[in-house]
Design a protein around this ligand. Structure first.
Ligand code: PLP
Length: 221
């Protein structure tokens, strides 16, 4: 199976899941996750016409994408990994969407960077739905207050929520909870679902699924 074949298969599976959930065709965006992938794999993905990509590390994303920005002006790059304050400037310069706003300090720093650089990125808040101590994200009970902080104090353009459910629990329950949180907070976008569970996420209202290994094969590192 080539990368182009994999993209076709995944698009078919996404369209099918949309239909089964009674959702409009094309209502779910595919964020193709290129972390650890080679330049060849990335070029093969671009050759299919796909333009929405996700990376979980700022430095690796710069290596992968800085040169390609000029070639593909319609690229849309999502940061889907944890962000440190000292990388906030680079992240704001490179990405179009930051999915992992997860604490006050980073919200403030990203807001300052956007004002400084004159850029206005879309941002999602990462929610730690399983309240796992080792995992990034805002506790569900703190979400409403944090959303106000991001908007009022940091002038962030928060449009959605993102989550990575606990590995050992049924993902569907977490996805359904996320849909409820988004609804309660008036947020339209939901980034959830990976190679193993994206159909379940679509059934529960995902607007973005983040898929790596099902498109590119096992990760290289
Ligand atoms: C790597 C990664 C993905 C993609 O995972 P696959 O299982 O390879 O599809 C999605 N989301 C995040 C946050 C990731 O780090």
């Amino acid at each position: 199976m080539s990368i182009a074949d994999n993209f076709q298969d995944i698009f078919h599976a996404i369209r099918r899941a949309e239909r089964l959930a009674g959702r409009e065709a094309d209502s779910v965006g595919l964020v193709a996750v290129t972390k650890t992938q080679s330049a060849e794999a990335i070029n093969a993905a671009l050759a299919t016409g796909h333009r929405i990509f996700g990376e979980n590390k700022v430095q690796e994303a710069q290596l992968h994408w800085t040169g390609l920005r000029g070639v593909y002006p319609d690229l849309r790059l999502h940061l889907i990994g944890p962000l440190q304050s000292n990388k906030a400037g680079d992240a704001v310069a490179l990405f179009d969407v930051i999915e992992t706003i997860d604490r006050e300090k980073i919200a403030r720093t990203i807001g300052d960077e956007m004002r400084g650089q004159g850029r206005d990125l879309e941002c999602f808040i990462q929610v730690n739905t399983g309240e796992e101590p080792q995992k990034a994200g805002i506790a569900p009970s703190d979400l409403n207050k944090f959303l106000s902080f991001c908007r009022d104090e940091c002038t962030l353009n928060i449009t959605g929520l993102m989550c990575i459910p606990p590995a050992n629990e049924p993902a569907g329950l977490h996805f359904a909870f996320m849909r409820q949180l988004a609804r309660e907070n008036g947020l339209g976008k939901l980034s959830m679902g990976m190679s193993g569970d994206f159909e379940k996420a679509i059934a529960n209202g995902a607007t973005h699924v983040r898929i790596g290994s099902a498109l590119f094969g096992p990760r290289l590192a």
